[in-house]
Write a protein that binds this ligand. Sequence first.
Ligand SMILES: Nc1ncnc2c1ncn2[C@@H]1O[C@H](COP(=O)(O)OP(=O)(O)OP(=O)(O)O)[C@@H](O)[C@H]1O
Ligand SMILES: [Mg+2]
Length: 255
Amino acid sequence: MSRRRRIYEGKAKVLYEGPEPGTLIQHFKDDATAFNAKKHQVIDGKGVLNNRISEFIFQKLNDIGVPTHFIRRMNMREQLIREVEIIPLEVVVRNVAAGSLSTRLGIEEGTQLPRSIIEFYYKNDQLNDPLVSEEHVTAFGWATPQEIDDIIALAIRVNDFLSGLFLGVGIRLVDFKMECGRLWENDMMRIVVADEISPDCCRLWDMKSGDKMDKDRFRKDMGGLIEAYTEVARRLGILGENERPQGSGPILVKG
Ligand SMILES: Nc1ncnc2c1ncn2[C@@H]1O[C@H](COP(=O)(O)OP(=O)(O)OP(=O)(O)O)[C@@H](O)[C@H]1O
Ligand SMILES: [Mg+2]
């Protein structure tokens, strides 16, 4: 590896200094974590798949005028992004009940929600990323009311785009998490979509079988995570019929 300056190492990715000021290189690792990293495993090939899937989604968002941090993919595991000031919120959009919403409110998994619901979680591992309200967000200065409006508008556009994208390939977008950041251009600031959008941060259910094609396979010890992510990539047209992501280990051939 080169001697690039490492800016940050998280659970799933590493950020390096980019080639120009205001840019970063986002490197996707194979590490999978859940339950605030209490559960951890290295899954050979996951980073390669997430890099490709996230590239595909962010490029399409850029193409339809949804501003993102994404500039271009550099290699199998890395992409060039614009450095932003991350807003310390996980923005979750839900279309169908699952996960913590089902647990907290006693709504059966798989129930279609009356409308899409947007939730904010405060990004803080020590506190287990607690659910917060807009009141908390503004009172503690994590984002201004205007910024919250911009974030909600972005979240709705991303949800509509992703729902349609996945519907077209037979996948139900149950929910997803996104992060936003402040990007300055001269004296102007705008909110853009940052981080990644991949099966690590979405719930994706096959429309016919109901099979999970996302990180719940890891959370629930179901196995077959790489096969599921590969299938998502294949359906989106990112991988050819027989192509396998480089850096992935042997794939079990089902008998
Ligand atoms: N464009 C960007 N500019 C600056 N930071 C970014 C950008 N995009 C994503 N990040 C941050 O880079 C980190 C990516 O690493 P990773 O996803 O592995 O972190 P993590 O372990 O999930 O921790 P965190 O709780 O901070 O997300 C995250 O902290 C994310 O908020
Ligand atoms: Mg993260």
